[in-house]
Design a binder for this molecule. Structure first.
Ligand code: GLN
Length: 205
């Protein structure tokens, strides 16, 4: 278990960082399980007010169009942009990565537009709904990773400030831009904790 690091508040009161998990739709529960296993504190984020008091956010996989509609209805899209502008870490997986992208293809759609990548939805073709692929994340893992892709997007362009951390079949699948992290696969669906551990490190945990 990872030790939960403690941020000092005025040098007196210790406060533990809490990771928010966007829980509008999709597989948020498995992210919670993973954080639980890693000993990190977490909270589900269902409404804009739930963003208060959390120090980082996970946007899970699911259906990006559904999530976008709810985010817009709740004015949570603007709140998440502001959350990111304050330098708080955000990790988007699959649909979450689509939401983070600056440009979305197939078709073009609304987005948070925080990360300088172009991403194509459902890009592996209709016949391949899901697949497990072997991937590599050389800078953060010394072993190959099993990566689960479900109606996954493909990152077609990465901007200058974006670092590719993971690859599968020659395509970038894990990318980072400062405090933002995006995976086109579902690291919460395997027992490998590498990617979540890495995100917790970005959160100072
Ligand atoms: N195909 C979904 C979308 O376009 C993403 C799938 C996923 O998150 N597993 O939003």
């Amino acid at each position: 278990m990872l030790p939960i690091s403690v941020a000092m508040n005025n040098g007196h009161q210790p406060t533990e960082a809490v990771i928010g998990i966007l829980a509008i739709q999709g597989d948020f529960a498995l992210h919670a399980k993973m954080l639980e296993r890693l000993g990190a504190r977490w909270r589900l984020v269902k409404h804009t007010a739930d963003l208060n008091g959390i120090s980082a956010l996970i946007i899970p996989g699911g259906e990006s169009t559904t999530m976008l509609n709810v985010l817009a209805d709740e004015h949570m899209d603007a709140a998440i942009r502001e959350f990111a502008a304050r330098g708080k870490p955000i990790f988007g997986t699959c649909a979450g990565a689509i939401l983070l992208a600056k440009e979305v293809l197939n078709p073009a759609q609304q987005r948070l537009g925080l990360m300088d990548i172009t991403i194509e939805r459902n890009a592996y073709g209709r016949q391949v709904d899901s697949a497990v692929r072997q991937g590599e994340c050389p800078s953060i893992a010394d072993h190959p990773l099993e990566m689960v892709f479900i109606r996954a997007p493909i990152i077609r362009r990465v901007g200058k400030r974006v670092r590719v951390l993971g690859w599968a079949e020659g395509l970038p699948v894990l990318v980072e831009q400062d405090h933002l992290l995006a995976a086109t696969f579902h690291p919460e669906l395997t027992d490998d904790q590498t990617i979540h551990r890495y995100f917790l490190r970005k959160c100072g945990l």
